[in-house]
Design a protein around this ligand. Structure first.
Ligand code: NAD
Length: 337
């Protein structure tokens, strides 16, 4: 099998590339490097001891994607390529629709031209908006509350329609909150610009790139007043993509699957675990709630276990340890010399 991984130089894509390689597949990476470094591709090659082909370019470019599929005999696709900042999407909604839907349409057009039917699509728990009931199941109401979430929901709907017409078998993987890094600490999350997620921000405080962490909201209806999320290890998440491609063989059409641990942790619990793991204190202040942030959300992961035979294996301590190993060795991300 030969799998095209769009967004393969990014945080999740680079980890998934390794898991896909380890599953015995030939992996081809495609990325426009809009939010990634070519050094990630080099690191994936080192970690897999394999000269994995890399195509630099835009997934919306049908000719480029089609050419890559032909050259490397691609027969399945994992589509990560997208812009992912909620805050940025609020300021630049059109850019988000263009990139997230444009890249999906580019990949779909090339897949159709090549007769490729198996696809795994990166969706997000953002499609559940601010859920009234937790844990969320795949049948929970969807309600995207920001432009980024709308692009994911519309992507899912588009894929569902095409799959219903028999043109595609697709897993719509709704990720919860991936953190952590490869055990070697040689690849990890390397956000360009200002991160907006808790753990990358916390790591910037730990390595001295930021004075203090802002905790958005201390008056939520949660045990300690801070917001609760379902964090999962990026390597567990990467492995779920292998399971998803394999499950497609017996599951035609479109299937939405939650990928989380089923356990929520509050922001203050994550800070506490980070302090324990790093053996140092993290300066933080509690500030007002951030508009659009859900109070609490975690997954019901039972459908993933049933359909993919996958459950997350790694706990919060391991996630923070592995994320910290990467950040400590690369305080400036892949730019670190
Ligand atoms: N990280 C999260 O918390 C999270 C949660 C839910 C869903 N997701 C989704 O998972 C996917 C991967 O996320 P990530 O955290 O690895 O982000 P990332 O930004 O690290 O990776 C995305 C990659 O896609 C590339 N890219 C963007 N637009 C492209 C285009 N048009 N053509 C080619 N390459 C393009 C970027 O350069 C980047 O390398 C995204 O679709 C994201 O929306 C991420």
């Amino acid at each position: 099998m030969s799998v095209l991984v769009t967004g393969g130089a990014g945080y999740i894509g680079s980890h998934a590339a390794i898991a896909l390689h380890d599953s015995g597949r030939r992996v081809v990476l495609l990325d426009d490097l809009s939010n990634a470094s070519a050094a990630a591709v080099d690191a994936v090659r080192v970690l897999t001891s394999s000269d994995i082909p890399f195509v630099e370019g835009d997934a919306a470019d049908v000719g480029l994607v089609d050419d890559a599929m032909g050259r490397f005999g691609v027969d399945e696709v994992v589509h990560f390529a997208a812009s992912k900042s909620v805050a940025e999407s609020v300021n630049e909604p059109l850019a988000y629709f263009r990139n997230n839907l444009g890249s999906l349409l580019g990949v779909l057009a090339a897949m159709e031209a090549r007769g490729i039917k198996r696809l795994v699509f990166s969706s997000s728990c953002t499609v559940y908006g601010e859920p009234e009931v937790v844990p969320v199941t795949e049948a929970s109401p969807v309600a995207a509350v920001n432009p980024y979430g709308v692009t994911k929901l519309q992507g899912e709907q588009l894929l569902d329609v095409i799959a219903s017409a028999g043109g595609l078998d697709v897993m719509l993987l709704r990720y919860f909150n991936p953190i952590g890094a490869h055990l070697t600490g040689s690849i990890g999350e390397d956000p360009t610009g200002t991160p907006t997620n808790l753990v990358p921000l916390l790591m910037e405080v730990a390595v001295g790139r930021r004075d203090r962490l802002q905790v958005f909201g201390g008056d939520y209806d949660t045990p300690d007043g801070s917001a609760v999320r379902d964090y999962l290890h990026v390597v567990d998440l990467a492995e779920a993509h292998v399971a998803a491609l394999e499950a497609l063989a017996s599951r035609p059409g479109a299937t939405a699957v939650n990928l989380g641990t089923g356990r929520g942790y509050s922001v203050l619990e994550v800070i506490g675990m980070a302090e324990e793991v790093m053996g140092r204190s993290i300066a933080y202040e509690i500030v007002g709630r951030r508009p659009g942030d859900a109070e609490r959300i975690w997954a019901d992961p039972s459908f993933a276990s049933e359909v993919l035979g996958w459950t997350a294996q790694r706990g919060l301590r391991e996630m923070i340890q592995d994320h910290w190993r990467w950040c400590e060795a690369h305080p400036m991300g892949f730019e670190t010399v």
